[in-house]
Design a protein around this ligand. Structure first.
Ligand SMILES: [Zn+2]
Length: 140
């Protein structure tokens, strides 16, 4: 985080920096003999909020959150696929069939009124074979 991006009086969000959730999952999967199916890995596709009503525009954004430790703007980190930008350590997410689940999406906090803990995010995982879904909420 660059100090010039946030007023000096603003409380700073602190995140545990985890290099790559996908790498973590891959490493764990490799350790116990389970392999991810490369066909299940979704490329990173940013999801950009486009509020259409006055209420939606008002709900979006933060007065003080600024950017996280990776320099990403809080509230603008939602995406399909790619590696989850984990805020805390996460064990491998596994389907009830035993397969490592694909990271389908991460959903960011919306704004000051609809905030997930301390600027947290929801991570959604799916098994494309069973269509089972798991979601994990992490906060800084
Ligand atoms: Zn499954």
């Amino acid at each position: 985080m660059r100090s010039s991006d946030v007023p000096s009086t603003a409380p700073r969000a602190k995140y545990t920096s985890i290099e790559s959730g996908t790498s973590l999952i891959s490493a764990l999967a490799k350790d116990d003999g389970m392999k991810e199916d490369p066909a299940d890995q979704i490329p990173e596709i940013p999801l950009v909020p486009q509020p259409e009503t006055a209420a939606a525009k008002e709900a979006l954004g933060f007065k003080w959150a600024g950017k996280d430790s990776d320099g990403k703007v809080v509230g603008m980190r939602s995406k399909f696929g790619g590696a989850p930008d984990l805020l805390q350590p996460l064990d491998v997410v596994r389907c009830s069939c035993g397969k490592v689940m694909a990271h389908y999406a991460q959903i960011d906090s919306i704004g000051d009124k609809f905030i997930l803990g301390d600027c947290g995010m929801i991570f959604v995982f799916v098994c494309f074979d069973c269509l089972e879904v798991k979601a994990v909420l992490q906060s800084a």
